[in-house]
Design a protein around this ligand. Structure first.
Ligand SMILES: [Zn+2]
Length: 327
């Protein structure tokens, strides 16, 4: 894979001045423009760089090749990469020169997924963290408690990954309470190369219409989380050392889970959860489904559905591992 070639062209003036850049450079260089103090890149240059065709409609823009594709919606953060929903950090927009996407989204979401561009690291020990436990029940469904279901799933995932040759450890293998900061600390003490946190969702009491799976990774420093309009922190946390790997792992796992379950795709998302913030290795948090939705609650409590979820997570981890080894 050729190295990402980026030429930084700094324009303090208006975006229109970018049309001055010679056509010969398009495809070779990825041009940048500043807008409200943020750096944006030309989607047409990115498409050319990846050897993709660009197609624009009224509200959306698509880049695609045989190898992959991405969709952007103007002035909205929701999009898709290779058919998986992603929440971009900043809304793409159109100006006279074409479609612009933020440099953050290009470098930390699009490129890691389209090129499987991750930093290589050892992957021997995987630590799984079943959320909640003990006095903390987590979400309460009509029949089941989150803390019990995620522990069952963690045990299944452990067995699957062990059978694949990984060393797999759990932060808790009983119904015990662990403080949030102690979870990534425990993973670090166990020398985790990968940290996978398991949770179930709830939309609140009586809200039954929402269902589906979402996979979170840590919000990059200076960017807004998926649920926020603006960045709440620009602090670089421990977990931000792995921004690209975090995102690619979340994508692989979300794809694996959707393939195996057929669940609703709620997307690859970013948040500053304490368990992800303090992780000292690539880390993700999987929200396996909604206990506030009766069908999903029933599914999540069955061994066969738990198998589908955990096979999907394992498939994602193996795909991530493969991207590092090239096998
Ligand atoms: Zn939870």
């Amino acid at each position: 894979m050729r190295k990402l070639l980026i030429v930084f062209i700094f324009f303090s003036a208006f975006v229109f001045s970018l049309t001055c850049v010679s056509e010969a450079e398009a495809g070779q260089y990825i041009r940048y423009a500043s807008n409200n103090g943020m750096r944006y890149v030309y989607l047409s240059d990115i498409a050319a760089y990846y050897g993709m065709k660009i197609k624009m409609s009224d509200k959306t823009c698509d880049i695609r090749s045989k190898a992959g594709n991405a969709t952007f919606t103007f002035n909205h953060r929701e999009g898709k990469i290779n058919g998986i929903k992603v929440i971009y950090m900043f809304s793409p927009y159109v100006n006279r020169a074409g479609v612009m996407i933020s440099e953050y989204d290009f470098l930390l979401i699009l490129d890691p997924i389209l090129r499987a561009a991750v930093t290589k690291h050892r992957l021997g020990v995987i630590v799984i963290d079943p959320g909640h436990g003990g006095k903390d029940n987590g979400a309460q469904g009509r029949f089941y408690r989150e803390k019990d279901l995620v522990l069952q799933m963690a045990r299944r995932l452990k067995d699957i990954l062990r059978a694949k040759g990984y060393i797999v450890l759990l932060t808790r293998d009983k119904d015990t309470f662990i403080e949030l900061p102690d979870r990534p600390a425990k993973a670090a003490a166990l020398k985790a190369d990968l940290f996978v946190v398991l949770h179930c969702n709830s939309a609140g009491h009586g809200v039954s219409g929402i269902n589906g799976v979402e996979t979170y990774c840590l919000t990059p420093e200076g960017a807004p989380s998926s649920a926020d309009a603006k960045a709440k922190s620009s602090k670089k946390e421990d977990g931000n050392s792995f921004n690209k790997n975090n995102l690619y792992l979340a994508y692989c796992i979300q794809r694996g889970v959707l393939r195996n379950t057929g669940a609703t795709d709620r997307g690859v998302k970013q948040a500053r959860f304490a368990v992800l913030r303090d992780a000292r290795c690539p880390a993700v948090l999987v929200e396996a489904g909604f206990l506030s939705n009766l069908t999903e609650e029933r599914n999540l409590a069955t061994g066969s559905y738990q198998d589908k979820i955990t096979f999907g997570i394992a498939e994602g981890i193996i795909a991530y591992h493969r991207a590092m080894t090239g096998k």
